[in-house]
Design a protein around this ligand. Structure first.
Ligand code: BDR
Ligand code: CA
Length: 317
């Protein structure tokens, strides 16, 4: 089974990412990072999720409480006051580990081979881990992340939330040399839940599914308020699906880095896909300013295959 550390800020779609991983991957630990809500709230939410899935054997580590340089601006307008609004979760009994998330990431990657990181929140913890112990970059199997976009953003015209929340951290991670698979908005907006998926999950008739139905109803309401359309992109489980069933996605290799200074473009993932537009297809055309590809950018996802994978996983609890 593929070994993974899920770094997250749950978050409705983060919860789905964890539930999907729980059926198909060996989750070595869950690390939390401030993002969708405060560190206190997202850490409590991670504990609620492992209790919901009856996997209290999975350790939960609390990580960065603020971005590296900027002020935290959370996403309560999408994920609600708790970060996981909708169902009434019992107060978790399980406790967070004493060890800091960054130490857990570093120590696990140094001790174990073939471990993937699946960051589905801001990249603060991953950046701090790379800064603490740069050797982890060559130790890890890779990073399959949800963040950024080949096209437009959501927090701003050009920036996606996870990157925009802490662009300096994202810059460290993208420029680190780590093998990165990126599921950005251009991809995740092809993987949507509607009332039809809610009905499918409800019809499976299990307790976890019923909680997910309540999560998705809240999430769809929020999505509808923002976009006017009753559907919601299932961002975070895409990065997990990429590790479980990679043939659901199509990737293109290209150079990607993160804008940290732009007045209008702070947090933009600048993706060099000129070669896909007919420029630089030969070495001569590449020119001196073209940098080598460092990221596999997900371009397309088989939406119905992805939804089948996710709904099937939810039904197994
Ligand atoms: C990302 O931001 C968060 O709100 C979601 O959990 C997802 O990780 C989408 O931009
Ligand atoms: Ca998230």
């Amino acid at each position: 089974m593929t070994k993974v550390i899920i770094d997250c800020d749950p978050g409705h779609d983060d919860a789905l990412a964890i539930l999907l991983a729980g059926q198909h991957l060996d989750i070595l630990g869950i690390t939390t990072v401030a993002g969708n809500q405060t560190s206190d709230k997202v850490t409590a939410n991670a504990l609620k999720i492992v209790e919901l899935m009856d996997r209290t054997d999975i350790p939960v580590f609390r990580g960065a409480q603020v971005p590296l340089l900027r002020k935290a601006i959370h996403a309560g307008h999408i994920h609600g006051e708790t970060g996981l609004d909708g169902p009434d979760f019992p107060t978790p009994v399980k406790e967070v580990e004493d060890r800091h998330a960054v130490d857990f990431i570093v120590q696990t990657l140094m001790a174990e081979d073939d471990v993937w990181l699946a960051p589905v929140g801001p990249l603060t913890n991953v950046a701090l881990a790379i800064r603490q112990r740069p050797e982890i970059v060559s130790r890890m199997a890779g990073i399959s992340l949800m963040g950024g976009s080949l096209t437009t953003g959501n927090s701003t015209a050009t920036a996606e939330f996870n990157i925009w929340f802490d662009a300096e951290a994202a810059r460290i991670v993208y420029d680190s040399g780590a093998p990165i698979k990126m599921c950005g908005l251009n991809l995740t907006q092809q993987a949507n839940a509607t009332d039809r998926e809610i009905e499918r999950i409800r019809n499976q008739g299990n307790r976890v599914g019923e909680v997910v139905v309540q999560l998705l109803e809240f999430y769809l309401d929020a999505g509808e308020r923002v976009t006017g359309v009753r559907k919601a992109a299932l961002h975070d489980p895409c990065a997990v699906a990429a590790l479980i069933q990679p043939d659901l996605l199509e990737f293109e290799a290209m150079h990607v880095s993160v804008e940290t200074r732009g007045e209008l473009t702070y947090g933009m993932t600048v993706c060099d896909y000129r070669h896909l537009r007919g420029f630089g297809s030969s070495q001569v055309d590449r020119g001196p300013l073209r940098q080598e590809a460092n990221v596999e950018v997900a371009m397309k996802i088989d939406e119905s295959g992805f939804l089948d994978l996710l709904i099937d996983a939810l039904g197994r609890y």
